[in-house]
Design a protein around this ligand. Structure first.
Ligand code: RIB
Ligand code: CA
Length: 315
């Protein structure tokens, strides 16, 4: 039985890989909709990238709807130094995508899709949580239709400030609202995503698959690796966002701890910091499952299998 998901994203190299894995022929996930949000780049650029990636995947059957142009309160902040000016630098992609977005706003599409589904739907969020928070604010009773909110974000350390991770830092007010929703939240933070590094050796393995999608992923990862070397002196690009869909396909790849998570949204110094009460010192209600460990070899094994499932002609 496939698990129904909606992917809210800001492609973004690792968002693109999450889409490719979730949309693979042998995926156990059924993507009902893709929605885009301002984050890595403007929502216009992120939407163009999502459309181009779905075209490369041969998944023009999946609709893309445009979301928030900026966070709930703050002005927009982009990560051009990591993902490039296009938001998906590296591979050569059409300036005008063959696919077009829907005319509906992302938040309305998420609400409609949730209500129309015959079973609860998992919201996969791999960018700032602006769209997800807006859904919860606009339609408080929507939580009954949500199986879980599974996010890439946060962690016990930061990559955008010393203590804040980018997705949470872009819109901490939105993140706080999501963690107060009462919905099950699965959190993949930097503690695990910085362990799944696409190094030369890992990329070399994907290069041996020899199909157009694997070749496309190699191009994505070569660029991503280069910016992580420049900015973080890391020997591989962390496939942050892919951890969400890999967990949904094979939960046993990750160790999850039930804990209390809150988000700092008032401090100038620590805005966007994720407070994760792993030692239960506050004795507050546990509202999230936080990934504390990952089986890295099994991640690459699964990713290889998913990429190899794409045919020689992307279908
Ligand atoms: O901090 C990593 C996150 O920020 C990932 O989702 C990446 O795509 C960027 O959005
Ligand atoms: Ca992302």
């Amino acid at each position: 039985m496939s698990k129904k998901i909606i992917m809210d994203c800001d492609p973004g190299h690792d968002d693109a890989i999450a889409l490719i894995l979730a949309g693979a022929q042998n995926s156990s996930l059924d993507i009902l909709a893709v929605t885009t949000v301002a984050g890595n780049q403007s929502v216009e650029k992120n939407t163009k990238n999502a459309l181009n990636v779905l075209e490369v995947m041969g998944r023009g059957d999946i609709n893309v709807s445009v979301g928030a142009t900026r966070p709930l309160l703050k002005p927009a902040s982009f990560a051009s130094e990591i993902h490039g000016d296009s938001g998906l630098d590296g591979p050569k992609l059409p300036e005008v995508p063959a696919l077009k977005p829907t005319q509906k706003q992302a938040v309305d599409v998420i609400i409609e899709t949730l209500k129309q589904s015959e079973e609860p739907v998992t919201l996969v969020a791999t960018g700032p949580l602006t769209n997800i928070a807006t859904v919860l604010i606009k339609e408080p009773n929507i939580t009954q239709y949500i199986d879980s909110i599974t996010i890439m974000g946060g962690g016990t350390f930061g990559n955008w400030t010393p203590t804040a991770e980018f997705n949470i830092w872009v819109d901490a007010e939105a993140a706080k609202r999501v963690f107060e929703s009462g919905v099950r939240i699965n959190v993949f933070g930097l503690d695990v995503t910085h362990q799944v590094l696409a190094t030369d050796q890992v990329i070399g393995g994907f290069r041996e698959i020899h199909n157009p999608i694997a070749d496309f992923v190699v191009e994505l990862l070569e660029f991503f690796k280069s910016t992580y070397k420049t900015h973080f002196n890391m020997d591989g690009g962390p496939i942050h966002d892919a951890c969400t869909v890999l967990y949904l396909m094979e939960p046993e790849l990750f160790t999850m701890q039930h804990t209390h998570i809150d988000i700092e949204h008032q401090s100038l110094l620590t805005y966007g910091t994720m407070s994760i009460d792993l030692n239960d010192v506050t004795n507050k209600e546990k509202n999230a499952f936080f990934a504390t460990a990952v089986n890295v070899p099994k991640v690459w094994k699964l990713m290889n299998k998913m990429l190899a499932s794409y045919g020689k002609n992307n279908s």
